[in-house]
Unconditional design. Structure first.
Length: 251
């Protein structure tokens, strides 16, 4: 929702800047409409264009790195859940009660049985309670020998890793592109579109070009923001690893 709102604001700002410049230019004094003035404006617009291209490249690279990092963490998270379950099974049937809240938690994460639309990044009380219950029941186990003690220790390590990865994913879910960077980018784009209005004819083709260009730029920025927030929108992390983990836990 936030990304779509930002894209709409960018579209309106760019379109208004171009149309306002087109409407104001004929009313300027003659000395402000000569060839020298127009040349300076074009050169400044070219400078802003280069800077905008560089910034967009940095934003795309940042969003891609964030997306790939979260994707790796999701796969690692699912793997740790499977390994935790396999370790508990290795201990014996005594761990069936330990595995119960773990299966319920993975069901919520995978969206299999959640009435509230639980997602991987949801840091709510029930998710905390389920994982805490796994730890409590695991601590209550009384290993009969050293072999079972090593299994319990291994399970605790996997559980700790699960908790760490969960909070890492929660922290990564907010996006990394700062607001000042967005503001600076929009300012440069507004100046570029305002330069389009100098000596531009006021007709349907010109206005349509303004609108189409603004829509394409806003759409590109929307996709960058959407990739930066990896758990929502059209470009988001696949939950297939968590679904596979759930399938493994339910066997």
């Amino acid at each position: 929702m936030r990304e779509a709102f930002i894209a709409m604001v960018i579209f309106l700002c760019l379109t208004v800047a171009a149309l306002a410049s087109t409407a104001i230019w004929p009313k300027l004094p003659a000395k402000h409409r000569d060839d020298d003035t127009n040349t300076v404006v074009r050169h400044a617009a070219n400078l802003f264009g280069v800077m905008t291209s560089l910034m967009l490249g940095l934003m795309i690279n940042s969003a891609r790195n964030t997306f790939e990092s979260i994707d790796r963490n999701v796969h690692a998270y699912a793997t740790e859940l499977i390994l935790l379950d396999r370790t508990l099974r290795q201990y014996g049937p005594q761990t069936d009660t330990v595995r119960q809240p773990l299966v319920v938690y993975v069901q919520r994460v995978a969206g299999d049985s959640s009435p509230t639309g639980e997602t991987l990044i949801a840091a709510n009380r029930l998710s905390e309670q389920l994982l805490a219950e796994v730890g409590t029941r695991l601590s209550a186990l009384a290993p009969a020998d050293d072999a079972h003690g090593f299994v319990v220790q291994d399970a605790r390590q996997h559980l700790q890793k699960v908790l760490e990865l969960r909070w890492v994913l929660i922290e990564q879910s907010e996006g990394t592109i700062p607001v000042p960077l967005i503001t600076l980018l929009v300012t440069w784009l507004v100046l570029i579109f305002a330069s389009f209005g100098f000596r531009a004819p006021r007709n349907t083709i010109t206005i349509s070009t303004y609108a189409a260009s603004a829509a394409l730029v806003a759409g590109a920025i929307y996709l960058i923001f959407d990739m930066d927030v990896a758990f929502s929108g059209p470009i988001q992390i696949s939950m297939a690893p968590m679904e596979r983990a759930l399938s493994e836990l339910q066997q």
